[in-house]
Design a protein. Sequence first.
Length: 158
Amino acid sequence: MNKGAQVAESGAEKARPQEQTRFVHRYLASVLALASHRISAEFHVEVRKAGLSVTEWRILGSLMEAEGETVGDLAELAITKQPTLSKVLPRLEAQGYVTLETSRIDRRQTLVRITPKGTKLISELCDKALAHQEKVLARLGPNYADRMVGLLRAIITD
């Protein structure tokens, strides 16, 4: 039995019997949301220590290693409603972390790009996020963790 299966089995043994059969613990969307909430909450402590809100972290993190995003695409990537994004972006622009410009292709759209200052701010946090992810996934064993991440990417790929 692989380590990932052992972890899953030992977790099931520790769970109360009714938790094993409850809908909320069998429904993939619920289990993913619960896992995401727990993992994110652990890391958001680091985000706040860096002086950022969770929304600012998601925005800047979504812009890393990209040529820029439209506001609509950025809202989806950053898991943020567009009206919220429209309030936060001018503040990030004023701080010099992003630039906002009208798209040359479609003048109705705004293109958001991270600046070198924004990259400098967020790079260390991205490294910490990946280290946190590694720590979380280490509980599953390397093969199981890689497979899980690959399967989740397949689910979210259009």
